[in-house]
Design a binder for this molecule. Structure first.
Ligand code: PMP
Length: 366
């Protein structure tokens, strides 16, 4: 008998998720561009709904019915095929738990969202990483890594932390290459940043097939990360599985109200997308102009850019220079990216300051 409860070995193997920082070395506040939050905040209508919410003594609607109805209306979906979660994080974990377990593989691309590895290990399954193709998700590599043990495949599209994007034909090809009993989870956390014609076809796949789950979040373009609201759509048996194991009251009153109001203000989403597209292009150009210093921005379709530092200026030194200038960005050495910084698109002034800080640090490092 041991003298204390023994952690399960598959839980002991988990490296806890490391959230983006918002403070510098001395504990002082920095502008936080390390967690892909919306620099424009959230819709003023969503903010009003949050303030008007006077129901903290009551449990929320356990089925998020009004919110699911609005999601279905805005996206042309069937509300019965939608489930809401405590952020999309909850739903990603539940998808792994419902369809994979000990002896099974959960597959995803190298350099993808850190929660996939945790979700796999949490349920005792084995996380399997497929090689990337110059940091982007590689459909052929994913398909080659599928085995008879593979039960769940996670693909973030656009991908975090690389910003890469698989077009509709590639997603369709991936799906076509998987057998019908493998669940494909398409994580569309950053889909609102895509131009409408760039849609990867995930909703259509989820409507037509029984093995596709699409997840979305209110944390990014909707600017409601603090309220923890996500959702998923898929075939009834997938939604039923997640409903069996989700928290019974998993989305708060305030969260349901704010998300519902946010969905009603699509002009905020358009403004967010436009701001992001403009600043993303400007910042990516500014980083590409530092190519002679070994600095390379990866092409991004999301609200951040992964900048690689392969010259005299290291990512660690750039991180420090940015902190000195008042900015927290994301260094991901634990994810095999000691040479990269993932920088969230902030305000115009933020991006100017970050670009000039990196340019000066690169000059100084020569
Ligand atoms: N998927 C991806 C690809 C993400 O980057 C994130 C947030 N970092 C999430 C899912 C989870 O977001 P949330 O739980 O806030 O919905």
């Amino acid at each position: 008998m041991t003298s204390r409860p023994t952690i399960k070995p598959w839980i002991a193997g988990i490296h806890a998720y490391v959230p983006g920082k918002s403070t510098g070395k001395g504990g002082h506040e920095l502008v936080k561009l390390s967690a892909n939050e919306n620099p424009l905040g959230c819709s003023p209508i969503a903010l009003e709904a949050l303030a008007a919410n006077a129901g903290p003594a009551r449990y929320p609607d356990p089925d998020s019915r009004a919110l699911r109805g609005k999601i279905a209306e805005v996206h042309g979906l069937d509300a019965e095929r939608v489930v809401c979660g405590t952020g999309s994080d909850e739903l990603l974990n539940l998808a792994a738990q419902a369809f994979a377990g000990p002896g099974d593989d959960v597959l995803f691309s190298r350099f993808s969202f850190a929660v996939y590895d945790i979700a796999a290990r949490r349920c005792g399954a084995t996380p399997v990483e497929a090689p990337d193709s110059d940091y982007a998700t590689d459909v052929d590599a994913l398909l080659a890594a599928v085995s008879e043990r593979t039960r769940v495949v996670f693909v973030a599209n656009p991908n975090n932390p690389t910003g890469s994007f698989l077009p509709r034909a590639e997603i369709a090809r991936l799906h076509a290459g998987l057998s019908a009993d493998v669940l494909l989870v398409l994580d569309q956390a950053y889909a609102e940043y895509l131009a409408p014609e760039e849609d990867d076809g995930g909703f259509e796949l989820a409507a037509a097939h029984e093995n596709v789950l699409v997840t979305r979040t209110f944390s990014k373009a909707y600017g409601l990360a603090g309220e923890r609201i996500g959702w998923a759509t898929g075939a009834p048996h997938l939604i039923d599985a997640l409903n069996r194991i989700r928290g019974p009251f998993n989305v708060t009153n305030a969260g349901q109200a704010a998300a519902l109001a946010g969905l009603g203000d699509q002009s905020f989403i358009t403004a967010t997308r436009d701001h992001n597209a403009r600043e993303l292009a400007r910042f990516s150009d500014a980083m590409a102009a530092l190519g002679n210093h070994g600095i390379r921005p990866l092409p991004s379709k999301a609200n951040f850019v992964l900048v690689l530092f392969e010259g005299a200026l290291t990512a660690a030194a750039a991180l420090e220079a940015l902190a000195d200038a008042g900015y927290a960005v994301r260094h991901l050495p634990g994810q095999g990216l000691p040479h990269g910084l993932r920088i969230t698109i902030g305000t115009t002034a933020d991006m100017d300051a970050i670009a000039s800080t990196i340019a000066s640090a690169a000059e100084a490092a020569q």
